[in-house]
Design a protein around this ligand. Structure first.
Ligand SMILES: Cc1cc2nc3c(=O)[nH]c(=O)nc-3n(C[C@H](O)[C@H](O)[C@H](O)COP(=O)(O)O)c2cc1C
Length: 398
């Protein structure tokens, strides 16, 4: 049987001829071309440009992710196709509103140039709990990519994220999912292989399981560890016999006390939760809606991060993620009060299409654009990045 691929959305059709209409995006038959199996797909290790890495990822992720120039969770995108309880791919929950809200919230914010003054070379150095980073943008906690078109071996994916970020002078977080277990946890295995140079975020599993996992993260040398509190709605985890739970302040406190590592509470979207986590001893608040993958209908992260940062008021590190595709997006979140910015989907695509080198290229590109944005907005160092670089934000004295 022949296969045909839709050039618009990557849908693959099996049949002697292309379909009259693409069932996913409505494109006509002229948009379909014969689809070749991926045996001639270049090896990610031979990729040496971000463009090639993305083209390669588009090929490997056919039917899962279009690797569109604009990755915004729009309902026309291949990732937002019907998935009622099925695999979510790289998309968002439900209709994708929360995913889209992240991108739209960032787009609403406009940067102010400030051009007259001495020239300078911006400093982006950042201390992440004792680890010096060349810039405050890190790979997000992600997992599960081996389950999508068998795009990549799971351990290899984790290693590519870790080593690619290390090459670029930063670190990657690692995630946790239903097929990660205490006995076989690719995130932890990869961080161990990378001599502890990675940050592990666990799902909000049973307390005893979490404590054991956190202990292992500490023993392999992670600089920090955390829990994505917003993972508590995952039905996949329960189905796989690894239930997840909401966590009380007491339980978070018990996790914080169980380790000497700084504890990151990821998935916070309201100041009240941030303050509860702070009270429980968290050293970092991860402002995130999980890339819009856990609850449809939330605001974008850029809409909520400044209120949370104001409530926390310097008492914990603010780590924000959601919709960040460029260094311009990163400077916006930093200006709104984040100390660190995480990048999810673009790092995933870089790893799948270009392996470790793809991730390094992606992160280096983010750094270069962040630096250029700092020159253009007159911000010599990270400390200078505040809401003065944003239009319409209240500025001192106004
Ligand atoms: C495919 C995929 C898998 C993810 N897996 C995890 C995970 O295991 N743990 C976690 O804390 N967050 C996970 N996330 C959420 C990311 O850490 C991050 O919050 C999100 O990707 C940021 O949005 P962005 O992808 O638009 O940059 C995942 C996101 C994606 C897209």
């Amino acid at each position: 049987m022949k296969k045909w691929i839709c050039e618009i959305c990557n849908y693959i059709h099996e049949g002697e001829t292309p379909p009259d209409v693409c069932p996913i995006c409505g494109a006509g038959p002229d948009k379909f071309r014969p689809y070749e199996e991926t045996s001639d797909t270049p090896k990610p290790s031979s990729i040496d440009s971000l463009e090639d890495a993305r083209d390669n990822a588009r090929n490997i992720l056919q039917g899962i992710c279009g690797v569109y120039p604009r990755c915004d969770g729009h309902q026309d995108r291949i990732c937002q196709r019907q998935a009622y309880g099925g695999v979510i791919g790289l998309g968002g929950a439900g209709s994708g509103q929360s995913f889209a809200a992240n991108v739209l919230a960032l787009e609403k914010i406009k940067l102010r140039t400030q051009l007259v003054g001495e020239h300078f070379s911006p400093s982006t150095a950042f201390d992440f709990f004792g680890v010096p980073l060349a810039f405050p943008v890190m790979g997000a906690s992600t997992s599960g990519m081996s389950r999508y078109n068998e795009a990549i071996d799971e351990l290899q994916f984790c290693l590519d994220c870790l080593y690619g970020c290390i090459d670029a002078g930063t670190l990657s977080f690692r995630g946790d999912t239903f097929f990660y277990t205490e006995a076989d946890h690719p995130g932890l295995t990869a961080i161990e292989q990378a001599s502890g140079r990675g940050v592990q975020i666990f799902k909000p599993r049973e307390q005893d399981v979490l404590k054991r996992l956190i202990e292992r993260a500490e023993s392999i040398g992670c600089p920090a560890v955390g829990v994505d509190l917003d993972g508590c709605g995952s039905t996949n985890m329960a189905k796989a016999g690894q239930p997840v739970f909401r966590k009380s302040k007491k339980e978070i406190e018990a996790l914080v006390r169980s380790t000497s590592l700084p504890f990151i509470a990821k998935g916070v979207m309201i100041p009240e939760d941030a303050l509860a986590c702070l009270d429980a001893g968290a050293k970092a608040i991860g402002v995130s809606n999980h890339g819009g993958r856990v609850l449809d209908g939330t605001p974008g992260v850029a809409d909520v991060v400044s209120d949370i940062a104001a409530a926390v008021n310097g008492r914990a590190m603010i780590i924000a993620d959601g919709g960040v595709r460029t260094g311009y997006d990163a400077i916006k979140l930093l200006a709104l009060g984040a100390d660190v910015v995480l990048v999810g989907r673009d790092v995933i695509r870089a790893a799948i299409g270009g392996g470790q080198n793809g991730v390094a290229l992606q992160m280096k590109h983010l750094k270069q654009v962040l630096r250029s944005a700092m020159v253009m907005t007159g911000t010599k160092s990270l400390q200078h990045i505040d809401n003065k670089v944003l239009f319409d934000a209240p500025r001192e004295g106004q």
